[in-house]
Design a protein around this ligand. Structure first.
Ligand code: CA
Length: 332
């Protein structure tokens, strides 16, 4: 019995089997269902995503929960349910609520906080459906269960959201997340897991202080400098990328750093992917959205072609795992 349990765990946490570029489900199959809900993750798994993304913030009682932002007012009914709990800036923060309280919220398709209008108008209707905030542990169990019942291993791709902001709030996000990943067998170099973060200092701390052996990806912003002082302009040079290689297995840049578009809508590969590959780093850009193409890009077909055949990236974050995966399968 115990042996079976250990086997099941090592099966769920072992390297995902897919070869070729990875389909990383961005917040789940978020093109179809509200982001970071279990239905969105289940759909992404069923659509064949190689990895499922988890954005992580802490609750008031230090539980890692799967939410994209430190604010919860753009994806839930918190303003209606707990109107008195907003901060002086008028916003509602996950960190001010216990898990029991967060569980009372109804999650929704993302909307503009001022107007209530959908960010992506053609997606799942705002305010419809019954969706609940998910803790990291619940999601790890969900993925483990699906990997077991389908026999297909999808990996996880957890992001530590704003660790320096959490620290300023008196909380240590990494210290809450990493032991849980370890418990579920995601802490080895061969585990089907990439830990991602925009803050280089936190990645370095995780390697040093947590002796983390698992794979990690430094996310890159469009701006030159991150909120924590990470100097993306300097890091995105041949020299900077070589200096990153001892710390991370790859980078997660915005698509605009790997591809440009000609006046006639042709993709033009920028040097970043080649430079990263020369430094031994993977490149997983964000975010493929069929309903929000980059300026100058005329179709999703062109976008996939540009990313995989012109820039030759190693995987993409996509809101539409089915579309990305079917494009890749047709060309394998
Ligand atoms: Ca993310």
């Amino acid at each position: 019995m115990i042996r079976t349990a250990i086997f099941a765990m090592s099966l769920s946490a072992s390297l995902a089997a897919s070869t070729g570029p990875l389909t990383i489900a961005h917040r789940g199959a978020s093109g179809y269902l509200p982001e970071h809900t279990l239905p969105a993750k289940g759909l992404a798994h069923g659509q064949g995503a190689d990895f499922l993304e988890q954005d992580l913030v802490l609750s008031a009682d230090n539980v890692p929960v799967v939410l994209h932002d430190i604010h919860i007012d753009t994806v839930s009914d918190v303003a209606r349910r707990f109107p008195e709990r907003k901060r002086s800036d008028g916003r509602f923060y996950a960190i001010d609520f216990t898990v029991v309280e967060l569980k009372q919220l109804r999650l929704s398709e993302r909307f503009q906080v001022k107007t209530g209008r959908a960010v992506f108008p053609k997606r799942f209707p705002v305010g419809e459906g019954q969706f609940q905030v998910v803790t990291l542990e619940e999601e790890l169990q969900f993925v483990r269960g699906l990997n077991r019942s389908t026999g297909r291993n999808a990996g996880i791709y957890p992001e530590l959201k704003q660790p320096s902001w959490h620290r300023a709030e008196g909380k240590d996000l990494s210290a809450a997340v990493l032991p849980l990943l370890r418990t579920y067998g995601y802490d080895q170099a061969g585990s089907a897991c990439f830990v991602q973060c925009f803050e280089l200092s936190e990645i370095q701390r995780i390697r040093r202080d947590f002796a983390w052996q698992g794979r990690m990806v430094l996310l890159i912003e469009s701006d030159d400098t991150g909120a924590d002082g990470t100097d993306y302009r300097k890091l995105c040079t041949a020299e900077g990328l070589k200096g990153l290689a001892p710390w991370v297995n790859g980078i997660g840049p915005p698509m605009g750093r790997v591809l440009a578009w000609s006046a006639t809508g042709q993709p033009i590969a920028l040097p970043l992917t080649t430079q990263a590959h020369e430094a031994g780093l993977l490149v997983h850009p964000y975010t493929v959205r069929s309903d929000d193409l980059p300026a100058g890009c005329l179709s999703l077909e062109d976008l996939h072609h540009g990313l995989f055949q012109s820039a030759k990236v190693d995987g993409v974050f996509t809101d539409f795992p089915d579309l990305t995966r079917s494009w890749l399968q047709q060309r394998r």
